[in-house]
Design a protein around this ligand. Sequence first.
Ligand SMILES: [Zn+2]
Length: 128
Amino acid sequence: MILPLKDKEERRSYQAEYGKKWYAKNKKRQKDSSKRSKKRVIARNRKFIEEYKISHPCECGMTEAYCLSFHHESDDKAANVSDMVSRGYGIKKIQKEIDKCVVLCLNCHARLHHKEKIEKLSLELARS
Ligand SMILES: [Zn+2]
């Protein structure tokens, strides 16, 4: 591409216009391509999570990945790990969130949250 425009502003608007035209002409192909790459990223993320869960079974011994979930141990939760996976986040960001979690099976996870809820309720009752 030859840029005959010496003026910075003119060149910038020429490039913006060129980009717009290019995108309009290639819209469908671009959208299909980004859809495909997002699908690939999500599939990669799912595989990563599954392998992580398999290598980090629940304390009760459950090893089936589909029965396992991530429990945030501290209250610095930035996002839900499974949302990050399906929204196509990068592995580094997902790993950073996983580092704040323990892997628990659905039963142990529910039991833990129930216990926390009961403890919170009894604390509130003791205060009132
Ligand atoms: Zn468990």
